[in-house]
Every structure is written in C-alpha cells, then in structure tokens.
Ligand binder design. Structure first.
Ligand code: ATP
Length: 318
C-alpha cells in the first residue's frame, strides 16, 4: 500500500537547510495500522505530507496506493483520505451539509453524497449532531467529523495526523474505538502520527519510531520493547545499607544489568523479570535483606526511545 525509498525533504530556512526527513525506506501492507511515533520536530508530519502529496519530496520516491506521489498525485488523492491537524470545516456549516459538500468535491452525485454522509454519521455516532453547526460540536465530535470527511470517498488508505491531540481521555478512547472498528469492518489501511506513547502502544500493531528525520525503529510494540531493553525490577529495602547489600546481591543474579541504588530503593534491568524474580527473592532472603516492596515492570515505548536516543520521549513531547 505504501513503498518509499530514500524519501527525503529539506527546507531552506534563513539561508540554512533543515533536513526534516532524511532518506526514509518504508513498506506498509494493505490492512495495517501503523503509528509514526516521535518527538516534536521529528519529521512525522513532513513524512505524512509527502505521502499525501501535499508536499513534494526533495529526493527519493514514494508509491502510495499504487500511484507515484510525484508522477500521479491526483491518483494518490483519489485513493486516500487525509485528516490533518485541526481540519474542520466552516463554523457555520451544518455537520451533514459539510459531509455532503465534501462528497460532492470528490465527484459523488448528490444522492450518493447524501447516502454516504448518512452512513458515516451512523458509523461515527454523529447522527444526533447531523443538523448542528460544526462550531458547536465538542472536541471529540469534531475529530470524528474530520475522520468522516476523510472517509467520504471510501479510501483504501486513511492518514490521520495526530488525531487525538487535545482530546480528553474519554474522547480519545471513544475516537480509538471508532478508528479500530473502521479498520475491522472495512479493512481500511491506517497510518497515523502521535506523540502519545500509551496510544501507540495500545492501539497500533506496528510502531515506526522517527527521530531526527529518520526511522530509528520499526516493529510491533512488543518487538520493540523486547529488542532494546529488559524488564525493570524495582525493590525497596528497609534501609539504604540494606539496599546497597541488596544491589550487590542482585548484581550476582544471572543476566541482571544496570543495577542502580537510590536511597533504600534498587532498580535493575533483567531480560525476563518475572522468571528472575523467584531467584532474586531467594538470594536477597539468604543475604538477610528484608524487602518492603517489590515490582516488575515491562518496558514502555519510552524506555525503547530512551535506549535508542538517550532522551526520554515523554520529556521531548511535553
Ligand atoms: N514548512 C516548513 N518550513 C521550514 N521548516 C519546516 C517546515 N515544516 C517543517 N519544518 C521543520 O522540519 C522539521 C520536522 O517537522 P515536522 O512537522 O515534520 O515534525 P513532527 O514530527 O511532525 O513534529 P510535531 O509532532 O511537532 O508535529 C522541524 O525541524 C520543523 O521545524
């Protein structure tokens, strides 16, 4: 559905060159749900804008839904839907009219546009808001209308640029339910950008991590987490002395890496935290280290980003 080779985009800003996207090779198959994850300025939107023909590449190539983005941008546009950051229509437009108008823009007859609009209002649970002015919708309803607008011409491939930014947690969850259902029921391929780690983790089956204009990791959330960091085992001893003894004991445990002591707390990385835990507890007990708390945490996508770049995505994204 998407094939890019060495896809590159530079901008000239005040006499200097900004390398926004630097030679991206990406293949997305039909039906995939892919999240581009990366901090602000990583090159996610620029990549999306090239794939949706809004921006020509400086060099490299991209084929989207079977059409070349440079040689046949009209072909790409006919086959894709794009929901940008803060799309929306005119504030005085009513929801259904907005959708029908969009359908007409894509060459649907009036009857087709009306029937498709009604279908989408139903799918995206906007039927009750059909006669309302778009300016009076809630944030979540507005984003769902944006998505309906992107789907009016039944695209095979839908691009969503930060679909949930600015929504409250309830609206975000609701939006995701709709997006996932669309994909399940209609087989739509979906490519989206996000800087919400939890969102990429829980909803995308494939995460493409972008930083500094290049892809630095690509895989399922579990593959990414499995490859670059082990589980975190954290325990608290009764005193800092006991913690230091506990840390020395933990260091001797098979495959324990990067043991850190902070006051009475100890943190270590191990490959399979839950499998190592019984051995660790026995060793600590034998050394006379009594524990107040112990927990095992699977790595997060932020741990992955930290391991790859030395920076926390959570901090970069704030
Ligand atoms: N039209 C432009 N002119 C000049 N520089 C640009 C332009 N668009 C993007 N850039 C620069 O290119 C780099 C990548 O920006 P881009 O918007 O693609 O990042 P992003 O990952 O989508 O970030 P965000 O999460 O903030 O949207 C940034 O350094 C940005 O300042």
């Amino acid at each position: 559905m998407i094939h890019t080779r060495e896809l590159t985009r530079h901008f000239r800003v005040k006499g200097t060159t900004v390398e926004a996207v630097r030679g991206i090779d990406l293949d997305v198959a039909k039906g995939e749900l892919v999240a581009f994850l990366g901090p602000n300025g990583a090159g996610k939107s620029t990549s999306l804008r090239m794939l949706t023909t809004l921006l020509p590449p400086t060099s490299g190539s991209a084929t989207v839904a079977g059409c070349d983005v440079v040689a046949d941008p009209a072909g790409v546009r006919r086959r894709i839907g794009f929901v940008g950051q803060g799309n929306g229509g005119g504030p005085d437009q009513r929801v259904r009219d907005e959708l029908v108008g969009q359908g007409r823009c894509y060459g649907l007859t009036r009857a087709e546009a009306r029937s498709r609009a009604d279908e989408l209002l139903e799918i995206l649970e906007l039927r009750a808001a059909a006669g309302r002015e778009t300016a009076k919708l809630s944030g979540g309803q507005k984003r769902r209308l944006d998505i309906a607008m992107g789907l009016i011409h039944r695209p095979e491939l839908l691009f969503l640029d930060e679909p949930s930014t600015g929504l409250d947690p309830h609206s975000r969850a609701n939006l995701w339910e709709h997006v996932l259902r669309l994909r399940e029921e209609h087989g739509t391929t979906i490519v989206l950008t996000t800087h919400y780690l939890d969102e990429a983790d829980s909803t995308a089956e494939r995460v493409v991590v972008i930083d500094g204009g290049t892809i630095i990791a690509d895989g399922t959330p579990d593959e990414l987490k499995g490859k670059v960091s082990g589980d975190l085992v954290a325990f608290t001893a009764e005193t800092p002395e006991a913690a230091r003894l506990g840390a020395r004991t933990a260091e001797r445990i098979a495959a324990a890496g990067s043991v850190e002591v902070d006051g009475a707390g100890v943190r270590l990385r191990v490959r399979h935290g839950d499998a190592v835990l019984p051995e660790l507890l026995r060793a600590l007990d034998a050394a006379g280290v009594a524990l107040l708390t112990v927990q095992v945490q699977r790595p997060t996508l932020d741990d992955v980003f930290l391991t790859l770049t030395g920076r926390s995505l959570r901090e970069s994204a704030q």
